[in-house]
Ligand binder design. Structure first.
Ligand code: ZN
Ligand code: ZN
Length: 385
């Protein structure tokens, strides 16, 4: 696509996938991006970006990010420019982008940015913290961006110093984006939130990208047994290849009885990733005394899950987990080292797609054909679909 229109002073052309209506397709469009960066901003030429279920939930407006918007929150790429106050990255650096946090609230200051008090507006607000946006369409209308501080379904992302992570130049850049959300969530739940020690027993409910990342991490820390629960046999087979010692198909087996057969006194740790209330109830029921159930799976607002009060009295804990308690600048480099050492083969979860095929990638995650799609973003500004 070539355009000869003169665009406004102080803007640059980018190509992005725009969601214009609830349940609508992603539409590849040319947009104008403000060329001036704010003091803390980092302009990233996006090389590739993961697709996460949260993008689809927002497209379908299960979460209230305003439309039209550019989504995408698992981007990786090369820094092109930085704002005047940025100190930790420079043009030419390879980076992944992660979730956004404020840096000033009690959660951020105590080392828990995943629980930032401003998490919702900063990640889902569809604008900078001050309500402004860097993107406009050809008609001059504002397009909501800054999704998770990045909006990575685009050739360029305006991130900030807080949510970019410098990565080694010898790491496979186009593979790294999902470390910033889904993969750090699963691995971090095991390694940070629950701090699973060697020899501990673990059950994971849901063997998608997050669950399989948890299973790989549980294997890496020496947990045993590691029990994967899902309803899709192919995913359970992959779970075994990635470190699960046992698998249970919840469609055909009694999950509680099966887990008790494998771990007679119950398990030390259970992770719930399906978002189904009945699975959270089960996750608590299969715990050993003093065991902990971690909840990752999101459910519609107001969803309740029954928990047996007497079961909790046995020293058991239920806790919610966001982003695996990851501090991205510390944890993502660790995961990259584990991957390079062959101890965290998350590339096994990935299917690559061309950016123009973004809607196919969405369909393939919904059908179960793909576990973690990564979209390759061309350098050219002239993508058509
Ligand atoms: Zn904060
Ligand atoms: Zn995500």
């Amino acid at each position: 696509m070539t355009r000869n229109t003169v665009h406004g002073a102080g803007t640059e052309r980018i190509t992005a996938a725009v969601v214009r209506e609830k349940n609508g397709d992603f539409i590849i469009e040319t947009l104008e991006r403000e060329s001036d960066l704010r003091l803390d901003e980092v302009l990233v030429r996006v090389v590739a970006t993961g697709l996460c279920q949260t993008d689809v939930h927002v497209r379908d407006q299960n979460l209230p990010t305003p439309l039209p918007a550019v989504l995408g929150h698992e981007g990786s790429g090369v820094v092109e420019a930085v704002g005047a106050a940025v100190q930790t990255v420079a043009p030419g650096d390879h980076v992944t982008m992660s979730y956004q946090s404020c840096g000033h609230c009690r959660s951020c200051l105590t080392g828990y940015p995943a629980y930032c008090e401003r998490s919702f507006p900063l990640n889902f607000g569809g604008a900078r913290a001050d309500g402004t946006n860097a993107l406009r369409d050809d008609a001059g209308h504002e397009i909501h961006g800054h999704f998770f501080g990045q909006s990575s379904f685009a050739t360029h992302a305006v991130a900030t110093e807080r949510n970019v992570v410098k990565v080694p130049v010898d790491a496979p850049l186009e593979l790294l984006g999902p470390l910033g959300c889904g993969i750090q969530t699963g691995a971090g739940a095991i390694m940070n939130s629950l701090a699973v020690p060697a020899g501990a027993s673990v059950v994971v409910f849901g063997a998608g990208a997050v669950g399989l990342s948890a299973i790989m991490a549980a294997h890496a820390v020496g947990a045993s047994p590691i029990i994967a629960v899902d309803v899709v046999d192919e995913r359970l087979i992959l779970a075994e290849e990635l470190g699960a010692t046992h698998t249970v198909n919840a469609r055909t087996a009694d999950v509680s009885a099966s887990v008790r057969d494998i771990a007679p006194g119950g398990v030390d740790f259970a992770l719930e990733i399906t978002g189904r209330p009945s699975m959270l109830t089960l996750a608590v029921d299969v715990l050993a005394p003093l065991g902990t159930a971690g909840l990752i799976g999101g459910a519609p607002a107001g969803t309740q899950a029954p928990v047996d009060m007497n079961t909790l009295l046995g020293g058991r804990t239920v806790r919610g987990i966001a982003q695996g308690d990851s501090i991205p600048q510390l944890f993502i480099p660790e995961l990259i080292k584990m991957h390079q050492a062959g101890r965290f083969p998350f590339d096994r979860l990935v299917t690559f797609y061309d950016f123009a095929d973004i809607n196919t990638a969405v369909a393939d995650t919904q059908s179960g054909k793909a576990i973690k799609p990564i979209l390759r973003i061309p350098t050219s500004h002239t993508i058509s679909n």
